[in-house]
Write a protein that binds this ligand. Structure first.
Ligand SMILES: NC(=O)c1ccc[n+]([C@@H]2O[C@H](COP(=O)([O-])OP(=O)(O)OC[C@H]3O[C@@H](n4cnc5c(N)ncnc54)[C@H](O)[C@@H]3O)[C@@H](O)[C@H]2O)c1
Length: 328
């Protein structure tokens, strides 16, 4: 079983105070790994100490930026690196492209440069994104779909993927890339829509407000509950068959935004929403319908999503009812 592989393993999580990184840290500590984190707690990202609440004595946290910290020391003896440090906001990447370049490219190169000087090199798993495909030309989108990003963030994330694969090939570093789709669950950023619109919906529902569905609500999306994303990251690290590969995540079903809005209201037991036109700056970078094809990871690693949207939304709402004050 995958988790057994991490008992006693020395692991570094970049971006480990973030949404997905925090859940990954919890899973790894539970598995008996020795976990350390590097996270700069950048204001536009989802880093939050609440994401590792209860793990304080069990993980080592270095509050630092990958671009200007001593990575050789941070990497020393680390067998696995889960590289989740990244900048997720599409709109920020259009408004401040050089910042996105720094975080999604320069910082990634700094990490890879440090990895290539380690002996032995750690296994690196990189969190890529479905954003690199741009507007889908067919559904579901598999890994051979053309790469044609609609925003600066997508361009930088595909560059970062390529850096990882290149360093893997040239310097013999075991590297796996997962292309995550919309990930949600406890710990996601809900203060604004920088990480996902769903975070704002969850916040508004918990606070008793009305949330907004942008567009006509017909856009299709697929969602991954954070525990399932963590399981995929662990499987990709543990299984050498994933090394050198780029693999999509996805879900059994896709839903329209209107269906998702109804599921959110049902899971909350109350609430309302209104459908409003897309803000102009969002419309120009919207990808339309997206549904990922995740057959490759299912066939290779046996990964498949296990948490239904209904269940995942209920767990997420419950978390923010209890802990929302730490995230608003
Ligand atoms: N959440 C999603 O739906 C989703 C979808 C596709 C891909 N991803 C990718 O997964 C990764 C993690 O996403 P998340 O949702 O947990 O985001 P997040 O913003 O919650 O976490 C990222 C963390 O990285 C840290 N960070 C960023 N740049 C850094 C740097 N240079 N040095 C040190 N720390 C830095 C931030 O402070 C933050 O805590 C990102 O690379 C993201 O692009 C996420």
């Amino acid at each position: 079983m995958t988790l057994d592989r991490f008992r006693g393993a020395r692991v570094l999580i970049t971006g480990g105070l973030g949404f997905i990184g925090g859940s990954l840290a919890r899973a790894l500590v539970g598995a008996g790994a020795d976990v350390s984190i590097v996270d700069a707690l950048l204001p536009g990202c989802g880093g939050n100490h609440a994401n590792i609440a209860g793990l304080e004595g069990a993980v080592t946290v270095r509050e630092a930026d990958l671009r200007d910290t001593d990575l050789a020391t941070a990497l020393d003896g680390r067998e696995f690196v889960f590289n989740l440090a990244g900048h997720t906001s599409h709109i920020d990447s259009m408004n401040a492209p050089l910042t996105d370049l720094e975080l999604n490219c320069a910082a990634q190169l700094a990490l890879l440069e440090a990895c290539r000087h380690m002996t032995p090199a750690p296994t690196v798993v990189f969190a890529g994104t479905r954003q690199v495909y741009g507007r889908p030309r067919y559904l579901p989108v598999d890994e051979t779909h053309p790469i044609d990003p609609v925003d600066v963030n997508g361009i930088h994330k595909i560059a970062a993927e390529q850096y990882h694969l290149l360093y893997g090939n040239v310097y013999d570093i075991p590297v796996a890339v997962l292309r995550l789709t919309n990930t949600y669950g406890p710990g996601m950023r809900v203060r604004d829509a920088r990480q996902t619109f769903l975070g704002v919906w969850i916040r508004d529902l918990v606070q008793g407000g009305e949330f907004e569905v942008w567009g006509d609500g017909s856009q299709l999306r697929d969602f991954t509950y954070v525990d399932d994303a963590v399981a995929a990251l662990l499987a990709a690290a543990a299984d050498p068959r994933a090394h050198g590969r780029v693999l999509n995540l996805g879900d059994e079903r896709s839903v329209s935004l209107l269906q998702l809005a109804d599921l959110c209201v049902a899971a909350n037991g109350s609430g309302s929403y209104r459908v409003v036109p897309f803000p102009a700056d969002r419309k120009s970078i919207d990808i339309g319908d997206y549904v990922g094809d995740y057959r490759a990871i299912r066939e290779l690693l046996g990964w498949r999503p296990t948490v239904t949207l209904e269940d995942g939304l209920a767990r997420t709402l419950e978390y923010y009812r209890e802990h929302g004050g730490l995230y608003w």
